[in-house]
Design a protein around this ligand. Structure first.
Ligand SMILES: *Cc1c(COP(=O)(O)O)cnc(C)c1O
Length: 356
């Protein structure tokens, strides 16, 4: 937890001088994450959004960000704050690669993709995005890998330049630390990011780094169990008469199931369900759930349920929410590590109460 480190002689240190610039616990975690993502350098920040901010600081006034439209509400809100600094941003559907390709501008310097998307569970073809970006610009491709994690998907191996994760979610996995990271291969970009990490200072504490490092020790076991439970819940819901539609990339009914199988080694516990009802039924459903807790966030050991239209995605402008399809009967589930039968029984009783 030390904030400062004894020096051999004035200006001559043993590898660390001041804890914002670096400390042994954060270094240990950063090396581990770089290795897991098949990158070369990792930089830990105090939250996923601080990691996003670090990447955007590679840009300058007059640059353009081409982002997909269906993304984490906080990232959307963050991007829109950049307009006042002269960084323009366009939100486009990246599942339609031609439409996405036609949105490049001559000043596009960053391409931002999330896959699977939150909460629509769309899959974006990372290799296609990398290809079209190299054709149209010299922009960097950044992938938000929070939903899949490096256990199931490695964007750097598919040609992406930067991988961003909110480690608050699956990587830590215990819902007790907020943290983010950026992983890169390129030494020059890493050097600039390292400078910015210290210069801007939104760094995590060594204790939080210790917690995430400990969480990573069981990530492979947790992800397998999240996948098993997530698929079981998705199949149960898909066969239920009170459900309109289920979105889970591991279901054969998912329009991009084949792409998902090609690009990912598996699926997390995230899924989206449209129940047969409106805002009232959705609220009753959430209030009646017992094992699933009504809460924002995802990726922890415990199952969570939420209503994006008024919770996680309330900060997305209404027109954009409607364009993406975030309706009042859309419920996002983060399926945790409880017993599969108990999870299904809980969803069953809540559906019966909400939609008699
Ligand atoms: C939570 C989340 C973020 C932001 O991370 P914080 O740690 O909450 O700042 C970014 N992207 C996705 C996909 C997320 O789920």
């Amino acid at each position: 937890m030390s904030t400062t480190f004894k020096q051999k002689a004035p200006g001559e240190n043993y590898g660390f001088d001041y804890s914002r610039s670096g400390n042994p616990t954060r270094k240990c975690l950063e090396e581990c994450i770089a290795s897991l993502e098949k990158g070369k350098h990792a930089l830990c920040m105090a939250s996923g959004l601080a990691a996003t901010d670090l990447v955007v600081r590679l840009l300058k006034s007059g640059d353009h960000i081409l982002s997909m439209n269906d993304l984490y509400g906080g990232t959307n809100r963050y991007f829109r704050t950049m307009k006042q600094f002269g960084v323009n941003i366009t939100f486009v559907d990246a599942t339609d690669i031609d439409k996405f390709g036609s949105a490049f501008q001559e000043n596009t310097k960053l391409v931002w993709i999330e896959t699977p998307t939150n909460p629509m569970m769309n899959i974006v073809d990372i290799e296609e995005v990398v290809k079209i970006t190299k054709e149209k610009s010299n922009a960097l491709v950044a992938i938000d890998n929070t939903f899949a994690t490096c256990y199931f998907q490695r964007p750097l191996e598919m040609g992406a330049d930067l991988v961003i994760s909110s480690m608050t979610k699956y990587m830590n996995g215990h819902s007790d630390t907020v943290m983010g990271c950026v992983v890169v291969r390129d030494d020059k970009i890493a050097e600039r990011l390292r400078f910015l990490q210290n210069a801007c200072g939104a760094v995590p504490s060594p204790f939080d780094c210790f917690l995430v490092n400990r969480g990573l020790k069981t990530m492979h076991l947790r992800m397998k169990e999240h996948m098993k439970n997530g698929l079981a819940v998705a199949r149960f819901l898909e066969g239920n008469s009170r459900v309109e539609k289920v979105l889970h990339p591991g279901l054969e009914s998912h329009p991009q199931h084949l792409l998902a199988k090609r690009q990912m080694r598996g699926f997390s516990g995230m899924l989206t369900v449209f129940i047969k009802g409106g805002i009232e039924e959705s609220k009753i459903f959430l209030k009646t759930l017992k094992l699933f807790t009504t809460a924002e966030s995802l990726g922890g050991y415990e199952s969570l349920a939420e209503l994006p239209a008024i919770m996680t995605h309330a900060s997305v402008p209404k027109e954009q929410r409607e364009e993406i399809g975030i309706a009042d009967n859309l419920i996002r589930l983060s399926v945790g590590l409880e017993e599969e039968d108990d999870l299904i029984a809980d969803l069953d009783q809540a559906l019966k109460t909400a939609i008699p």
